[in-house]
Design a protein around this ligand. Sequence first.
Ligand SMILES: NC(=O)c1ccc[n+]([C@@H]2O[C@H](COP(=O)([O-])OP(=O)(O)OC[C@H]3O[C@@H](n4cnc5c(N)ncnc54)[C@H](OP(=O)(O)O)[C@@H]3O)[C@@H](O)[C@H]2O)c1
Length: 505
Amino acid sequence: MNLKPVYTADDIQAFMVSNLAEVLGTTPEEIDVQEHLENYGLDSAQAMIIISKLENLLGFKPSPVLLWHYPTIAALSQRLSEEVPGKSQVKDAANGTVSTINIAPPFLDLGAEAVLDPTIQPVGTATISLSNPKNIFLTGGTGYLGAFIIKELLAETQATIYCLVRAADITEGKSKLVKNLQQYAIWDDNYNSRIIPVVGDLALPLLGISTEQFENLAANIDTIYHSGALLNYVYPYSALKTANVLGTQEVLRLACKTKVKPVHYVSSVAVFESTSYAGKVVKEQDDFHDWQGIFLGYSQTKWVAEKLVKIASDRGLPVTIHRPPLIAGDSKTGICNTHDFINLMIKGCLQMGYFPDVDYMLDMSPVDYVSKAVVYLSRQEISIGKAFHLQHPQPASLKSLVEWIRTFGFSLEMISYEQWQTELINNVTSQENPLYTLRPFLLERWSDEQITIPDLYLQARRPIISCEETIEALKGSSIVCPPIDSQLLITYTSYLMQTGFLSLA
Ligand SMILES: NC(=O)c1ccc[n+]([C@@H]2O[C@H](COP(=O)([O-])OP(=O)(O)OC[C@H]3O[C@@H](n4cnc5c(N)ncnc54)[C@H](OP(=O)(O)O)[C@@H]3O)[C@@H](O)[C@H]2O)c1
């Protein structure tokens, strides 16, 4: 073991300043240690140069998410200096390998984050019938679930759908929406006049739209579907907060302004990720006040955002809350989001040749079930104020999925989770494997127990999400969650092979 000298925060700061100045072609005097590093406009190659020099100096590889928690040179240097002595010095002289050090993020009190602007108060009462809105405002229409919600709203209502889109202008916004709907085989020219882009951004005040347009929407929209969010399993809370938490606050502001508009919010079963729910049955209307032990930044934002929706509901805003598990492909066509966690995991593990042998029930529901349920439930008066679990009523085990993949001729070995993590560290070293970018999520260790996030999803540590009330509420419809059986898995695998996402070669 090659013990490195101990560096102070000032040493590390001076080192970073001089290297950043060199990479940017400027002088150290021009570098402000309190400036957010992202404001220096480093491209990924430049960032890599600095990180690898830092790694050489310290003798360990700092956690990739560290920059999000400590975004300035001053904060980062201070934090790194606390990690340098003793246990952190893990560069192995014999083989030159460098271990990743996992550094605890700053303490985050999620309870204190769940504060809704007191000026957001519903004005008057909702006068429009829930089942037949004329004008709908929808977020997330360029995403996966949003596309399928649009499909259902077009089929089940006569409404015009105003979709919040991040784009340079209306033309680009419309083309993003059309392209997304085409990608999921949803687009039909007849829908053209019913889909209206609203250029904006969840992460900005008033959703990034002008005050005049915001007021116009507030006066003319009848109901809101909020499906937009930044899904990222690597970024911490601080990086996702503006879009997911503050964006939800702005949606609630719109809902309360000028006239009351019901909000149908797409949350997640992740709101029950606190360790205090482990092994317990959680029902739809159960409180979700515990947040301690939710480690994933994305899940933290979903917890806080749903709390904001709950506060608005307590202030009198009509809301419905929909908590999907992982969202799988369309049960009829197999069409899916190939960038989602399940697909990246399958592809990445096939590339590795190994799957982790873990006790894990596949927590997934087909997207057509989720979208149909959201739209049906949101249109029932009796749903107001309630939450729904779109959990699969009979989940399958991960092992059965692996067995299934093998029957298609894919070669895949099950190895212990620890061995699999070692494989991931040693052999997944470039972006050619989709698991590469998920490594912080799969490997980073948290809490006193030093467990990884996937450890938290092992069966024994998860809550049992009950969906009984949701199934009861769907009884008046023909909506049933398709079983995870060979028929469904054939549909999924065939689609992934036809599109070339998976191949036997
Ligand atoms: N997928 C799952 O397995 C899953 C599971 C449980 C819950 N959910 C929830 O379901 C909802 C939809 O998820 P999804 O799978 O459809 O995700 P997705 O495919 O990644 O779509 C996310 C949508 O949100 C939009 N968005 C992100 N940041 C935005 C911003 N700053 N301003 C405006 N729009 C923004 C995206 O727009 P761009 O096109 O501009 O990026 C996109 O339209 C989310 O609320 C998610 O938390 C998903």
